[in-house]
Design a protein around this ligand. Structure first.
Ligand SMILES: [Zn+2]
Length: 431
């Protein structure tokens, strides 16, 4: 419906959520399989483009395939941008990523409603925001298909070269450039985009919390302080394959045994350091029920509040692995596959968010104290924080479960998140 005094009435938060819900949902698991440059991803992108169009926003797909919806002209500079991602991990939940995008559109609608109520601030039919406002959907945040997270934002920020991106390959042997091409995007255009980032004055990503800090503190919304340093290490235990029935225990060089001891050591080291450490992926050769393995390859993911704690955990795990490998006559190689330093979000912007959200509103509903919390999960906001002032808002997740179909946030909390984001955007665009 189009009124004579402004853009068409946009869909509500609930309507947007309902539209997005069936896209890329796997009928068996009930989880989402929205992998980069697949049919499900294309459907999500079409949804984003339709939302932009319904609001009269200018859609812009950048050289790396990230989608941007603009109100005002980003060329004016100092733009305020919000958004997140629509892709998912294998059998992921509905909230990780999409909540930030749906809340972004809902917050913009709320902002327009507020402006519309105030005749002195809104010349009829025109958005009077002094700074351009953008909503972004970053491509391939989860890295579910090509094994590297935040590909869209990494490319844009110059943290991933075109050559390295072109070598990324999925489980079926399809390279990233081929997948991009098949989805109608030019893979030769990808690369750093400093001009685009230079036009952005602030990026605020809203995200479902991937822990229980807000649930424990009884708050609906919080502000991120930092993203913990984290990394991935590959442990290769090499022994000797042999018959599971005829080889005496004393004669075995079984790499599964030191691997098992190492998993337990990771748990102990993480507990001691107040960190987390996980062996969540394993490859075994020859991988037969009746064969002693020749190789056990396990991947350690570890994260801690500071670099020293992280280094201590990983050094402790590696030491235990070497001791146990030697005791079983097994060779060990440890390879660091990735390491991401701590992301400390822009202090000035974080303080500004706390000030805006702590301010008493007319209805007296806004909380006076906004919790500030760290997180062990990576985000596009973390990637961009080295280029532009960046902040994050978290919405309460009562179970803390994430990357699973059980991931959940109550509708009231989601709406509180959208309102908080509207408050933040309003405060930022008006300075
Ligand atoms: Zn996410």
């Amino acid at each position: 419906m189009t009124g004579s005094f402004g853009p068409p009435v946009p869909p509500t938060f609930q309507e947007m959520w309902r539209e997005l819900l069936p896209l890329g949902r796997h009928s068996g698991s009930g989880g989402y399989r929205r992998y980069a440059w697949t049919g499900a991803d294309t459907e999500c992108r079409a949804w984003f483009a339709a939302q932009a169009e319904r609001r009269g926003l200018r859609l812009d797909v950048d050289r790396n395939g990230n989608q941007w919806a603009w109100l005002g002209d980003p060329a004016d500079g100092d733009a305020v941008v919000t958004g997140s991602h629509l892709d998912s991990v294998p059998d992921g939940g509905a909230f990780d990523g999409p909540l930030g995008v749906v809340c972004a559109f809902a917050a913009l609608d709320e902002l327009r409603r507020r402006e519309g109520r105030d005749g002195t601030r809104r010349p009829r039919g025109r958005d009077p925001f002094p700074r351009p406002l953008g909503i972004v959907n970053f491509g391939d945040e989860e890295g579910a298909r090509f094994g590297l997270a935040c590909v869209g934002s990494r490319l844009t920020a110059g943290q991933l070269t075109r050559d390295r991106a072109h070598r990324l390959t999925d489980g079926d042997g399809i390279t990233l450039p081929r997948a991009m091409e098949a989805a109608g995007h030019d893979p030769d255009a990808i690369g750093a985009d400093p001009e685009r980032l230079a036009r952005i004055g602030a990026f605020v990503e809203l995200h479902v919390e991937q822990g229980r800090a807000l649930d424990l503190s009884g708050d609906r919304v919080g502000i991120a302080s930092a993203i913990w340093p984290h990394g991935r290490w590959r442990f290769d235990f090499r022994g000797e394959a042999n018959h599971a029935g005829t080889t005496r225990l004393a004669d075995r060089r079984d790499p599964m045994l030191p691997y098992a001891e190492t998993v337990l050591a990771a748990r102990r080291e993480a507990e001691l350091a107040g960190a987390v450490a996980t062996f969540g992926k394993i490859a075994v050769e020859p991988n037969g029920v009746n064969a002693i393995p020749s190789l056990v390859r396990g991947w350690l993911d570890s994260r801690a509040a500071d670099q020293t704690s992280l280094d201590t955990v990983v050094a402790g795990v590696e030491k235990a692995a070497r001791v146990h490998a030697a005791a079983h006559g097994v060779d060990l190689d440890v390879v660091r596959e990735s390491r991401t330093p701590v992301v400390d979000f822009d202090h000035a912007l974080r303080d500004e968010l706390a000030r805006i959200l702590g301010r008493k509103r007319d209805d007296g509903q806004a909380p006076a104290r906004i919790p500030v919390l760290g997180t062990g999960a990576g985000h596009d906001a973390g990637i961009l924080s080295s280029s532009i002032p960046t902040a994050m808002l978290f919405v309460r997740n009562p179970t803390g479960v994430s990357h699973s179909p059980a991931e959940y946030a109550a509708e009231d909390d989601c709406l509180a998140g959208a309102t908080a984001l509207a408050d933040v955007l309003e405060g930022l665009v008006h300075g």
